[in-house]
Ligand binder design. Sequence first.
Ligand SMILES: [Fe+2]
Ligand SMILES: [Fe+2]
Length: 174
Amino acid sequence: MLSKKMQKALCDQVTAEHYSAYLYLGMSAYFNSIDLPGFANWMYIQAQEELVHGIAIYHQIHERNGEVTLNTIEAPPKKWKSPVDVFENTCSHEQKVTASINNLVNLAIEEKDHATNNFLQWYVKEQVEEEATAYAILQKLKMMKDAPGGIFMMDKELGARVFTMPSIMAASAD
Ligand SMILES: [Fe+2]
Ligand SMILES: [Fe+2]
C-alpha cells in the first residue's frame, strides 16, 4: 500500500511525464514548421516515450492499490529560436526530470517503501540515457553551426528513429 504522500508524489510525476510529452510534441511541431521532418520525427517519438513513462506510473499506482488523481498539464512554450535553442531546453528539462525522479526515490527511501524504490530505479537509469542523448545531439548541433549541410545530414539521421515500447511498460502490464 502506498502512503498518501508517496501516492501524491507519483501522481504528480504522471502529470510531469505528460508535460514532457506535450513539450516534445510542441518541439516536433516547431521542427515541422521549419521543414526539418527528421528532427520532428525524433521529437514525436520522444513525446510517445514520455506518454508511456507517465502511463507506466499510472499502472504502478493501481498495482499498489492507490488512487490516481490527474492534474492540469501546463502548456509548453509556443516558440523556439533555433534547433540549438530546442535542444538546450531539452537538456535542461531532462535535468529537471532527473531531479524530480531523485526526489521520488528519496521519499521512497525515507518511507522504507522498497517496492516504489525498486520501480523507480528504471526511471533513474532511463534519465541517464535521456540526458546523454539530448546532450549528444546538442553538441553535434553546436559543432555544425558553420556547416549548413550538416543539419540536413542530421535531419536524415534523426528521421531514422523508430518507436520501441519502453521496457517499463512491459514490466507493468503483467
Ligand atoms: Fe520521462
Ligand atoms: Fe524524458
